[in-house]
Ligand binder design. Structure first.
Ligand code: ATP
Length: 445
């Protein structure tokens, strides 16, 4: 992340997120806790919708990917086998003058403090990122356990149980979404680097001979997810192939988005060879559970794994940054005094509110409420009958509502409402009977 930080835009996004209940600091009344974030009434539906899009795209729409929901705490041996206990660490250094702490690999100049310029940095120290807890009433090393640092390890451990239950044959994948925890040295850039975050991972098990084909296939599938499903322009994503690979890997790429603070990784696609399955075999001694038995050739071997691994919070942050916009012309067009319109151009399918129903007067409630009730069966809806219509539009624009419907005094006669489009600001009269299909076509196009 080398580009200049656009603090101004970032600060505006952070302020909007708090003001409108999208994302804000956890435990704020106690001064907050660094690296932990709460999703409010406008953030929780956004995050769930993105997760649901991923799940549908990666699991529900495919015959060869199965879903899993494992526990956060696993047997501690899982993390010994995965190498996390021995190696999942970052090198950190402290500035002895201003007391700031850094990850050594993120310092442009490892000899000087980027905050105060001093050259008094401590010798680098290794720091394990696993979060530790104790299971049972005795708090000693024998009862130590860890909150998972990534969601994929339980997938490897459950491989054979899932395979038998689903009668899948190679090649097939197992996917899961859920919380992961890392005791990051330096949480920063809003939710980008958090200590508790959501991952969405899919491990695809295949034969080694066809693994590079699958690697390329998943690269393309994941690109389409960002461009076709989430509407991110191709040019705003960058594909960073790793030059240094783990000894067992044939290829790895990071998908990066240009945040206001610079390019940042949102997803990694990794060829992991047979590393994970062979390590779990070595530590669990359960060869049958870690190998795949081929009925045709009567051979038993470790499957090769291609992984797609992304952070849900980073995707949400990308969507928020990508959506943020301000314009003044628009407010004049809608008859407001010159004012800045903050509008979030969120993709309609993940917007926290997809349709807002607005009766021009409270007297129209009897007509407007049934319209809202009918639409809420299919869409995330809001009902707003207070303040001028211009102010109501502004409120919805700020949280990215793609469609606002006004119910007016003509509605009882023509059985129609006016649909206002957030992005083009055009207005169209649509019959109440046709509303659901009109919106469905535009929201899930
Ligand atoms: P980084 O280099 O940024 O620390 P990483 O390479 O360690 O990330 P992975 O272990 O490959 O990340 O994790 C997969 C995905 O999980 C990342 O692409 C990212 O979207 C997400 N992720 C990882 N760490 C965090 C974090 N601290 N906060 C939020 N999301 C994270």
């Amino acid at each position: 992340m080398s580009n200049a930080v656009d603090n101004d835009v970032m600060n505006k996004i952070v302020a909007l997120c708090k003001r409108r209940g999208i994302i804000f600091q956890s435990s704020e009344i106690y001064g907050g806790i660094n690296g932990f974030w709460d999703y409010g009434p406008m953030g929780a539906p956004l995050r769930r919708a993105v997760e649901q899009c991923w799940w549908k795209y990666m699991v529900e729409d495919r015959d060869n990917v199965e879903g899993l929901d494992s526990t956060i705490i696993c047997h501690p041996e899982v993390w010994r086998a995965s190498g996390h206990l021995a190696q999942f660490s970052d090198s950190m250094t402290d500035c002895m003058v201003c007391k700031k702490r850094y990850r050594v690999d993120q310092l442009e100049d490892p000899h000087h403090c980027p905050n105060c310029g001093s050259d008094k940095l401590t010798e680098p120290r290794e720091f394990n990122l696993m979060m530790k807890t104790f299971v049972g009433p005795v708090f000693d090393e024998e009862h130590a356990a860890y909150l998972r640092a990534e969601t994929c390890q339980p997938i490897f451990v459950d491989f054979n149980t899932v395979r038998i239950a689903t009668r899948q044959k190679l090649p097939f994948g197992i996917a899961q979404t859920g919380k992961a925890f890392r005791n990051e040295i330096n949480p920063r850039f809003f939710t980008f680097r958090s200590r508790e975050f959501m991952q969405m991972e899919m491990e695809f098990f295949c034969r080694d001979s066809e693994s590079m084909e699958w690697y390329n296939y998943w690269r393309e599938e994941r690109r389409k997810f960002y461009t076709d499903i989430l509407g991110i322009e191709d040019g705003k994503l960058q594909w960073h192939d790793h030059d240094k690979l783990a000894h067992y890997a044939k290829a790895a790429v990071d998908i990066e988005y240009k945040f206001p603070f610079g390019w940042g990784e949102i997803e990694g696609i990794h060829h992991r060879g047979t590393w994970d399955m062979s390590r779990h075999c070595e530590y669990s001694k359960q060869e049958k559970d870690c190998k795949y038995f081929d009925q045709d050739t009567k051979e038993s071997f470790f499957p090769t794994v291609v992984e797609t691994s992304c952070g849900l919070d980073r995707i949400c942050l990308m969507l928020l940054c990508n959506a943020y916009d301000e314009d003044t012309a628009a407010t004049q067009k809608e008859g407001m005094e010159e004012d800045v319109r903050i509008v979030m151009h969120l993709p309609a399918r993940v917007a926290p509110v997809q349709v807002a129903v607005m009766p021009l007067s409270k007297k129209l409630e009897e007509k407007a409420q049934p319209i809202r009730q009918a639409l809420r069966k299919k869409f995330r809806t809001a009902y707003d009958d207070s303040g001028s219509i211009g102010k109501r539009y502004r409120r919805q624009d700020e949280v990215g509502t793609p469609f606002c419907l006004t119910v007016d005094f003509d509605t009882p006669n023509d059985q129609a409402v006016t649909v206002r489009d957030r992005d083009t600001m055009t207005q169209e009269r649509v019959g109440i009977d046709a509303l659901a299909s009109y919106l469905d076509e535009r929201i899930y196009k």
